[in-house]
Design a protein around this ligand. Structure first.
Ligand SMILES: Cc1cc2nc3c(=O)[nH]c(=O)nc-3n(C[C@H](O)[C@H](O)[C@H](O)COP(=O)(O)OP(=O)(O)OC[C@H]3O[C@@H](n4cnc5c(N)ncnc54)[C@H](O)[C@@H]3O)c2cc1C
Length: 400
């Protein structure tokens, strides 16, 4: 077994790990068990990577401590990342709601981060796994394995950037949580988030493929975005967003006519076109397949003129306060992120360093900070990665 010494050993060549390497400088080794770095970046945003959000602010993140992420987000902002993209000549555009995507390909972001990390002096070892990690008086001693060969690595700092549990087929593992616990850190319960919701008995199967703008609500939070019916249940941005706030056994609320007052609309229609039947009116308000399905489900019969205020109010409530209890979620198999992770109470919010073990850092999705859909999760990876990288660089140079 050979021995090698580094200033920093970074576990995970994903979004946060590569960003950290780009800022840490010195001798850094980044290891990853995957064949290629930044695989989630590559597949993100339909291959165009929604790399940040122009409006990223602390309110767009969830976590046990609603203040923890503020510091890192303010020290490396969306504008810093945009400037980095611009300096590499990578063109981008705003799609909607401040969400920024590459004009070309997400691969450009991976290439940029690899270039930045290597320019800062980092080596990247792929198809390499961590076998053992220990702390001693001089720092950390790790055993890593590449193609069956084991090597010992000594490092003053170790950064855990192995992400969360989402998409195990892409190599997601719970390793960050195991390392956290090994060094005396607590981890919160974790759950799949930004994930489609499922419903029993193929309830929405006949509607699969129908989409419409809605306001989705759960846990006191609501989102105005598009919703999509699927064979298994509900998806689309409005549902992915609310999935982070939904808990088992609870109902979600859907407003199918956001920004309108359904009762007023129906009453006015009764006055101006009382002879129209209810299904025709519904078809003017909703996509035709959904209108037909709802007409049957609610057993709507007769003309508008036949409906009293109470009946119209009942229909309006169904359209704007539709309560649905999901059976569950599609789980980590399709979830974009993991909610929860390494508890933030024992981490420095400025540097991401462990308060228990000097030189040990946790960054990115592994930490109990989760962003909304829309580029926020990458922003957290960039901000927390830069925070740790800068702290490591400052410590190496004897700074604060
Ligand atoms: C399909 C999909 C689309 C997404 N789209 C977007 C988007 O457009 N915008 C957005 O902001 N967010 C998006 N996300 C979320 C975003 O990808 C993550 O929040 C982000 O990648 C987290 O960065 P990270 O560096 O913490 O983890 P990761 O990027 O997951 O990197 C972790 C790295 O660690 C490696 N690793 C894991 N376990 C081990 C181990 N045991 N040993 C060695 N290496 C290990 C992995 O191979 C990986 O390279 C998307 C997620 C998915 C799944």
């Amino acid at each position: 077994m050979s021995d090698a010494s580094y200033d920093t050993l970074i576990l995970g060549a994903g979004a946060a790990g590569l960003m950290c390497a780009a800022h840490a400088g010195g001798r850094a080794l980044v290891i990853d068990h995957a064949k290629a770095p930044g695989e989630k970046i590559r597949i993100s945003g339909g291959g165009r990577c929604n790399f940040t959000n122009m409006y990223a602010a602390p309110e767009n993140f969830l976590g046990g401590n609603p203040h923890f992420h503020k510091s890192a987000l303010s020290l490396y902002t969306q504008w810093d990342f945009i400037a980095l993209m611009d300096s590499h000549g990578i063109s981008w555009h705003e799609k909607t709601l401040g969400q920024l995507f590459c004009d070309g390909s997400a691969r450009q972001v991976v290439a940029m981060l690899m270039q930045e990390a290597r320019a800062a002096g980092a080596e990247v070892a792929l198809q390499t796994r961590l076998v053992d990690l220990d702390k001693n008086d001089n720092g950390f001693a790790a055993v890593i394995e590449t193609e069956g060969r084991q090597n010992r690595v000594h490092a003053r700092s170790v950064v855990v950037a192995t992400g969360g549990k989402s998409i195990p087929a892409m190599g997601a593992s719970g390793m960050a949580y195991d390392i956290a616990r090994q060094f005396g850190h607590d981890t919160t319960d974790t759950r799949a988030a930004l994930v489609p919701l499922t419903f029993p008995d193929g309830r929405f199967k006949p509607l699969a493929g129908v989409s419409l703008p809605v306001r989705s609500g759960a846990g006191g939070v609501s989102f105005d975005e598009a919703m999509l019916f699927t064979h298994r249940g509900l998806s689309g941005p409005a549902i992915l967003q609310i999935s982070s706030y939904w808990r088992e056994g609870e109902a979600i609320t859907l407003d199918l006519l956001p920004g309108q007052d359904a009762f007023t609309v129906l009453r006015e229609a009764r006055q101006s076109a009382g002879r129209r039947n209810l299904s025709t009116v519904l078809a003017q308000l909703l996509p035709s397949r959904l209108a037909a399905w709802m007409t049957e489900e609610l057993d709507l019969r007769g003309n508008l003129a036949d409906q009293g205020d109470a009946a119209l109010r009942e229909l309006a409530a169904r359209l704007q306060h539709w309560q649905l209890t999901p059976a569950g979620t599609e789980g980590y198999r399709t979830a974009e992120v993991t909610l929860g992770g390494v508890e933030t109470g024992a981490l420095s919010s400025k540097t991401m360093e462990s308060r228990h073990v000097g030189g040990l850092y946790f960054i990115g999705e592994a930490v109990d900070v989760t962003g909304w859909l829309g580029g926020y999760n990458f922003q957290w990876a960039w901000s927390s990665g830069a925070a740790a990288g800068r702290a490591i660089s400052a410590a190496r140079r004897g700074g604060p």
